[in-house]
Write a protein that binds this ligand. Structure first.
Ligand code: HEC
Ligand code: HEC
Length: 454
């Protein structure tokens, strides 16, 4: 990989040298759909062999500009152009990584951060599958298998895309909890979140921070990269090195191109580049209507339904009465009586009035990120919309879960359900339910459109 990073570093210098922008290799590798659908190991192998080919091909041709000349030119005329300080650009020039985000990307795909070296962030948040866990054959896709090959979590892996828009976790003056990362908001932000999985016993399973830092030090590129980007001191303190790792991963997750492209049919529609079908348009109107549905009470951030950059969540926490996932739990020998306390698991919360509430998820890419809800209890998007309808329709047929043919299960926690919000709005007939589903499909990023089932 060393040679690839050398090339990347030169690519980074290229605009300064001759104003020709050379694309970074790492961006191409991980988002090309065909490529990304290969197994991860296969992908690493191909990346490495491709890199080797390039190294052979370019070998002597790529002659590095003399460091001192480069830095002189940089401080003279180029500082400010890229929004980086001279010191930052200088540091990056000595690093095998072009910047913090490039380091974060390497970490995001690195299985060496897990105990048995089998699992990276991307294992459970695969870029080619809308950053969710692609292993849908395991536990119906509801729960993620850990690095130990046996542990299953209790919650469905949310997509890591668009996660950066969640504000830091806080409780508003009116008592409403907002934001944070995880279903219960227990990590304030992306960097704090990224520190969790490596040490989580049932995820990447490393025993402690020091062991993770030793793994980082096994890789000479990380050693050089961390030193260049964070200074020599970064290795003298375990917390400093661990914190630097989490900040780099968070920087990668801030990349719009990969994590927040805002290029779905819906975004194209707002820009006048896509015409909604009549069914999608009906769904859109219903979704944003105050009268016919309640969806936008919780799944709308901006004040106007035609504002660009909508994330389809206001990041507030609610209990919408989701039943236990009994079927998947019993099929996988997990305790079927387990109760997830939701927001009450957040260390900043100790009032039982918050029990069973979850952060309202973004609906971007929702059509390709099933199964649904914090416990993956519903397989189909249409089931989710029918589930909401149980609150507003008294018709007997609407009190049945179409996936089981039985009554909707008893809510996991009953006394904190947001009934006021959920009972606002009309009953939806099948035509309207299908229209809302069609609208939700338009929230799929362009590169995931091929994943949409008919
Ligand atoms: C074994 C699977 C697994 C691995 C590995 C994993 N995650 Fe997750 N991730 C999950 C699950 C499950 C959740 C939800 C857990 C919860 O809410 O308690 C989650 C939650 C998240 C969230 C919160 C999203 C939101 O909307 O709240 C982000 C961001 C995230 N993971 C990024 C990462 C990063 C970065 C790494 C690597 C350092 C990583 N994950 C490793 C399974 C995994
Ligand atoms: C009271 C706030 C609220 C209202 C109203 C609401 N939602 Fe939700 N929505 C949530 C919360 C909270 C969750 C996650 C619940 C859980 O996992 O326990 C959720 C989950 C979902 C999911 C599953 C997402 C995923 O990734 O698993 C979909 C789809 C969805 N809502 C669509 C809708 C639609 C369509 C409407 C209108 C018919 C609607 N919601 C109304 C708060 C709300």
């Amino acid at each position: 990989m060393r040679c690839v990073r050398d090339i990347e570093r030169k690519a980074n210098l290229a605009p300064f040298q001759d104003q020709i922008k050379v694309p970074f290799m790492h961006h191409q590798n991980h988002i090309h759909p065909g490529f990304a659908q290969l197994g991860r190991l296969a992908r690493w192998t191909i990346t490495v062999s491709f890199a080797a080919m390039i190294c052979v091909g370019l070998g002597s041709a790529a002659k590095a500009e003399d460091q001192t000349d480069f830095l002189k030119r940089l401080s003279g005329q180029l500082a400010g152009q890229s929004g980086q300080t001279v010191q930052e650009v200088a540091a990056a020039s000595q690093s095998p990584f072009s910047d913090l985000s490039a380091l974060g990307e390497a970490l995001y795909f690195d299985p060496n951060l897990s105990a048995n070296r089998t699992q990276a962030c991307a294992t459970c948040h695969e870029p080619s599958m809308a950053f969710r866990d692609p292993r849908i054959d395991i536990a119906d896709g509801a729960f993620s298998l850990g690095d130990d090959g046996v542990s299953l979590g209790d919650r469905n892996a949310p997509m890591a895309a668009y996660a950066k828009f969640s504000p830091k976790f806080h409780v508003r003056e009116d008592g409403v909890a907002v934001g944070g990362q995880f279903w219960d908001g227990r990590a304030a932000d992306l960097a704090e979140q990224a520190g969790g999985p490596p040490l989580n016993r049932i995820e990447m399973g490393m025993p402690d921070k020091a062991s993770v830092v030793s793994r980082l030090q096994e890789d000479e590129d990380y050693v050089a990269g961390f030193t260049a980007l964070f200074g020599d001191d970064v290795w003298s303190d375990t917390d400093a090195a661990y914190g630097a790792m989490t900040r780099a991963i968070a920087a990668f997750e801030q990349e719009d191109e990969q994590f927040a492209p805002f290029d779905s049919k819906y975004d194209r529609f707002l820009r006048g580049d896509y015409k909604m079908t009549p069914q999608e348009e009906l769904g859109r109107v219903l979704f944003f209507s105050q009268q016919f549905s309640n969806c936008n009470t919780c799944h709308m951030l901006k004040s106007s339904p035609t504002a660009e950059g909508e994330t389809f969540t206001n990041y507030e926490f609610h209990n919408i009465g989701v039943p236990r996932n009994v079927a998947t739990r019993s099929a996988n020998n997990k305790d079927v009586d387990f109760t997830d306390n939701g927001l009450l698991d957040n260390p900043l919360i100790n009032d039982p009035a918050y029990r069973g509430k979850y952060k309202t998820p973004s609906l971007r890419n929702v059509a390709v990120t099933g199964p649904y809800m914090h416990n993956g209890v519903f397989a189909d998007l249409e089931t989710v919309v029918r589930f909401y309808n149980k609150y507003n329709s008294r018709a007997k047929a609407n009190q049945t879960n179409p996936e089981t043919g039985k009554a909707w299960g008893v809510p996991e926690i009953e006394d904190t359900i947001s009934l006021k919000e959920l009972e606002q709005g009309d009953a939806l007939d099948s035509k309207r339910i299908k229209a809302i589903v069609a609208f939700l499909k338009t929230l799929t990023d362009a590169r995931y459109e091929p994943l949409l089932a008919d």
